[in-house]
Design a protein around this ligand. Structure first.
Ligand SMILES: [Ca+2]
Length: 510
């Protein structure tokens, strides 16, 4: 299969579909041009054909009985595709640096709204915590090794409470190092789960995070009321297969819910293109654009599988589809991604770490072909979905940071419901790293590069400029031993707490 040719023709097809005055080629859709919101009359002209067609399309859609249509109309299905570590520079409509590799994603953009100022938290777990709870992750105490507590109310739990079927196919990463039997997807509202409980790089060693033993990292499957079960070891071979398998299982999940006439929430947190960026054999080496190019072609293909299934099931008009990346571009070499026009990568508070591609499609409700520079945040999903499903399912007993963006997405409201974004990079400090307000970004502590572990050799590199950690994997454990020896002394002799008043008396120890 000549992917370049296939994607090339797909790309030009998208260009034709998008070819109105508001979308004259992809370059013009870049942020340098900005987006002027349409006048109400223009917006109405854009929407009117869909309003007029919607009744007809619902009646004509293959395989939909009148009852199905009525049930589906009352509660839309939600498909949330949430790929990992994809920067702006990988997506056609956001100005891909690797060529036209994403025709299906680009078509999704032209069928809905492209958000040019969509904000996420800066890393995998905190981003998922914010997405699922509608709260800045710092409120949840989310950490990679700890996850989030069962006290948090997730979108899945909220939707389940009003009769939705809920399925997670992909990457969980909200249950900490040991989610098994404690913090599984089924403990947070998901009826079904297939995928990896933690993160993709375990495939390099098969050592589960928090363990030191090879062969402890698995692909899992689970169901509500049961504990997770091993499917197979998560290694470099199964890492290549997991996203396709998740798509297949997710599609089967959608088919079952349509058959049972039940509204559904299909959450598809893809593992691509997080390192190791190794793709399905169908795509490995096929794009001539490197591992990331291959991975983006695979991501696009899997998006296409889901969209085709939605069409085949006749539910397109009653299904909201989101395609949004969890945080900024992958940074690890040799799989360093592109943040497009922005600086920084994931794990950074810079725009390249927190401003990610986000597309939303809801035919007949969200006008097609719109591009917006208005600020939206992933914490807005929860209240927005609450509005979209017509049920007040947002928890009232806790702080919720998200706001309802449905009127904005539908074009009924010109401006976003949000004017600002807080950016935290720590899990313990209430001090934000930065605040965005309209076009302004204020840093309390500016740090251009990701605060990742780094290793320098002071003889060959006295200025500490060349990070050689990934070439010296032995170093981390040597340093960890030195640190652990220090901390061991504090168990017997605790540190004096900051701001301890006088007279200070150390706590008694046996
Ligand atoms: Ca991520």
């Amino acid at each position: 299969m000549d992917l370049r040719r296939a994607h090339g023709s797909g790309f030009s097809r998208v260009a034709r579909v998008c070819g109105g005055p508001e979308a004259r080629g992809f370059r013009e859709r870049q942020i340098s041009q900005g987006w002027r919101n349409p006048s109400p009359a223009t917006a109405l002209r854009r929407v009117l054909p869909y309003v007029l067609l919607s009744g007809l399309a619902l009646n004509c859609a293959a395989g939909e009985s009148p009852q199905t249509t009525a049930a589906q109309q009352s509660r839309p299905n939600i498909v949330l595709i949430f790929p990992d570590n994809i920067g702006w520079g990988e997506v056609g409509v956001y100005g891909s640096v690797r060529g036209p590799l994403t025709p299906r994603i680009d078509k999704l953009a032209s069928d809905g709204i492209s958000l040019n100022n969509f904000n996420a938290e800066y890393s995998c777990t905190v981003s998922r915590a914010a997405l699922m709870t509608g709260r800045y992750a710092i409120r949840t105490g989310a950490t990679q090794s700890g996850g989030i507590t069962l006290w948090e109310v997730t979108i899945a739990e909220a939707l389940k409470s009003i009769g939705y079927a809920t399925g997670l196919f992909g990457k969980w990463h909200l249950g900490g190092d040991v989610p098994e039997g404690r913090r599984e997807p089924s403990d947070q509202g998901f009826d079904e789960f297939y995928g990896i409980p933690r993160t993709s790089n375990e495939a390099q060693t098969t050592v589960a995070n928090g363990s030191t033993v090879a062969g402890t990292s698995y692909i899992w499957e689970g169901k509500a009321g049961e504990r997770m079960r091993h499917v197979r070891v998560f290694d470099l071979e199964s890492r290549r297969l997991v996203d396709r398998e998740a798509a297949s299982r997710g599609i089967a999940f959608m088919e079952r819910q349509v058959r049972d006439r039940k509204p559904f929430f299909f959450y598809y947190p893809m593992t691509q293109i997080h390192f190791p960026t190794l793709t399905h054999p169908d795509f490995a080496g096929k794009t001539e654009a490197g591992d990331i190019g291959d991975a983006m072609a695979e991501v696009d293909h899997n998006v296409g599988l889901v969209l085709d299934a939605i069409d085949r099931l006749g539910i397109a008009r009653n299904t909201i589809v989101f395609w949004c990346a969890d945080n900024g571009a992958e940074a690890r070499r040799p799989w360093r991604g592109s943040p497009g026009p922005w600086s920084g990568f994931y794990n950074s508070a810079m725009e390249g770490g927190i401003r990610t591609p986000c597309l939303v499609r809801w035919p007949g409700r969200i006008p097609a072909g719109r591009v917006s520079n208005e600020i939206v945040h992933e914490i807005d999903f929860f209240p927005t979905l609450s509005a979209a499903v017509g049920a007040d399912i947002v928890p009232k007993d806790r702080a919720i940071d998200g706001v309802n963006q449905l009127p904005f997405l539908e074009g009924k409201q010109v401006k976003s419901s949000r004017e600002s974004v807080l950016i935290f990079t720590g899990t313990n400090s209430m001090q934000p790293r930065a605040v965005k307000w309209h076009d302004w970004k204020f840093y309390y502590a500016f740090q251009a590069a990701p605060p990742l572990m780094r290793l320098f050799n002071l003889l060959s590199d006295p200025k500490e400029e060349s990070d050689i950690k990934d070439a010296n994997p032995w170093a981390e454990s040597v340093m960890a031993k030195i640190v652990a020896d220090f901390w061991a002394t504090t168990a017997r002799y605790p540190n004096v707490p900051p701001y301890a008043p006088d007279p200070y008396v150390p706590p008694k120890r046996d």
